[in-house]
Write a protein that binds this ligand. Sequence first.
Ligand code: HEM
Length: 461
Amino acid sequence: MEAVQLLTTIILVVTVFLAIIYRQRSSKRSSNLRQPTTKVLNPTVTRQTLIDQADAFSNRPPTPFPIPLITGRRHRHGITTVPYGPHWRALWSNLTAAILKPWRQGLMAPLQREAIDALVTSISTRCADDGNGDLVIRDSIYGAVFSVLTTVCFGDHVDFNHVRSMELMMQEFRVAIGEARVLARSTIAKIKHWRQWRRFLGFRTQQVDLFVPLINARCQTRRSTKHGTWPYVDSLIDLRIPDENDPSGANHRALTEDEMVSLIVEFLGAVESIVAVLEWTLAHLVIKPEVQTKLRHELLIVDGDHVSGKRSGDPGSYLHAVVMESLRLHPPFPLIMKTVPATTGMRVQFMLGDIGKDEKLWTDAGEFKPERFIAGGEGEGMGLVPSGSKKIKMMPFGAGQRSCPGAALGVQFIKDLVAAMVREFEWEMPVEGGGGVDMTELYGFITVMTPLRTHIKPLCA
Ligand code: HEM
């Protein structure tokens, strides 16, 4: 009898203890989610604040979305979520040294060229197969950009099927984040849509299953790619960051497996933005054939109606203007979240996208007019991020210390893709379904357009 009483008491004590811990944890998590959020709706105030006080907003909330799955737990930080300081500096400098510098030096250009050539071949084949039909090309573009970033990340010895599995997982993950943002705010919604929520939580396991074997393989054997570059993962394996358990800051530690997975997810996530901007750009070229023709004349040698050759290299100003105009109207991240400095972590939401559409800053702000970015136009000489004396009337890459380090790489990649698409194909209104382009925005992890459906005709040079 005494034993039963003792056992009951132990179970009771353990249950109460676990309940207290659970309560503490969940209240801590939900208090984080319930932090007051201030929305800055006025584009002039957003722009002014982000230019004048950009560096004061050097931190984001621990989880930019109310989902602790992606990051937010200890030892899971990526560059986007880590607080500003030595840890951030170590991750940021590593990305710059491992990826952005070799890219600037042109070391990754052959890899990018191969992927673009393969994309052209794949679209040409689909045009031949589909006869006069319309095509949705998002998946083809995604595959091409993803193949470049996976090679940059893991090297070029990864099995094709493995690359394909990572690609599908990342595409599904992007869609799932959009859905999960809504579910994460309410317990009832989570219970009601428990299958969807469970599927979402399962992504972390999939990411670990797909990325960790590749990380381990690099720990065993290091080989440069056939173009002589070294994968991002190698730099992550070698990186040492300040050990947060040592207040002196003298000790450093290696990244955990979990941190590497977060950094890889973050890196491969950049594919989405590049694809989104390319798709919006092509959509505008379909809607405004005169812009497409003008751009083609910059990219190709055209005699009357006959294309007699291709201009090589970065042809210049009109291509740049077209891509800038697309970024002005359709920044993939139309809002960013920051925390107020030296407060309890109050969140501030800045509507980045509204700056580019501000009627006070731009004439005919809603119109796609690349001419505004060429000499004499109101956008001439516009920088990608606020720096020095460059005028800023759009912020597709944010501002301040935490602005996008991949801006130059992203824009160059988009320009190369647009150039290839316009040199090789004529982009026309779809034949089926009423003949219009659906420009409806779809909100999720980033803002994308409804998949572009268009009629494509290969051009013979
Ligand atoms: C069109 C392509 C891209 C767009 C529109 C874009 C946009 C952005 C924006 C709006 C931010 C937040 C800025 C802020 O909070 O002020 C950001 C951050 C970031 N982006 Fe990009 N990005 C692009 C491509 C890339 C690429 C190619 C890379 C990787 C090489 C990259 C890596 C990052 C990282 C690591 C951060 C976090 C920076 C930090 O917190 O210090 N992005 N990006």
